[in-house]
Design a protein around this ligand. Structure first.
Ligand code: 13P
Length: 254
């Protein structure tokens, strides 16, 4: 548990990486993760949707969860190429990432769209991981807190709970770059997000996990986890390598 009594969540986002041969990564994570770690930390892997079914089979009988990276807000309909929360849940997914900055940047997702998707996730019984984060320009202009608070205020649905909602703070400029904010900067943003959550959902805010994401590696995971209000990690590149992902999970198990 974190000092505030929240159970850490270490989540891997494979993005558009992984073929059937990559199931071996999930099998290795399952085999090599220390068994007692899963008593203390929630571990999640979000592969591309083509691999969800096989990943669910690969973790069957273990507490490791599998999640989606995106969803359509509607349960079904004439939306060619889209996947609903119900479809993800039907495959055995437990979580879904909502509003990742790459979706916002390349697929024009808006905060209102994120809100609708978060509602879709809840409707199907999935836990939505709502992503927020500022660009390099926004940080340089001193607008980080305004940006992430606005993303949160619009994105998080009324009545969100610690069971159906996770927040991920992912500064856009830290994703895939090897750069990370200082622990003090992360602490400032996470505290501000926690305070904003309090305004939005009241005392339940204390139960919502806020992950940090952006160039999390085995070498920096321990320092990041030590930051106040950091309840886990959303890991991109390093989650593709079983050993690295396990190394990160180990840092959160302390
Ligand atoms: P990296 O860990 O590769 O920086 O990616 C972070 C991310 O975008 C996870 O969602």
């Amino acid at each position: 548990m974190t000092m505030a009594g929240r159970r850490p969540l270490v989540a891997g986002n494979w993005k558009m990486n992984g073929l059937r041969s990559s199931i071996g990564v999930v099998e290795t994570v399952r085999k090599d993760l220390p068994k007692d770690l899963l008593d203390r930390v929630d571990v999640l892997i979000c592969p591309p949707s083509t691999l969800i079914s096989s990943c669910v089979a690969a973790v069957y009988g273990s507490p490791i969860a599998i999640g989606g990276q995106n969803l359509h807000a509607k349960p079904s309909g004439a939306f060619t190429g889209s996947i609903s929360a119900e479809m993800l849940a039907d495959l055995g997914a437990k979580y879904v990432i909502v509003g990742h900055s790459e979706r916002r940047a390349y697929h024009h997702e808006t905060d209102d769209g994120v809100h609708a998707k978060a509602l879709g996730a809840r409707r199907a019984g999935l836990c939505g991981i709502i992503c927020v984060g500022e660009t390099k320009e926004e940080r340089e202009e001193g607008r980080t807190l305004d940006i992430v608070r606005a993303q949160l205020a619009i994105g998080v649905p009324k009545g969100a709970t610690g069971a159906d909602t996770v927040i991920a703070y992912e500064p856009v400029w830290a994703i895939g770059t090897g750069l990370t904010p200082t622990p003090a900067d992360i602490a400032e943003v996470h505290a501000s997000l926690r305070e904003m959550l309090g305004q939005l959902i009241g005392p339940e805010a204390a139960k919502v996990r806020i992950l940090y994401g952006g160039s999390v590696k085995p070498g920096n995971a321990r320092d990041l986890m030590a930051v106040d209000n950091v309840d886990g990690a959303l890991v991109g590149g390093a989650s593709l390598v079983a050993e690295d992902f396990i190394g990160i999970a180990n840092a959160y198990a302390r």
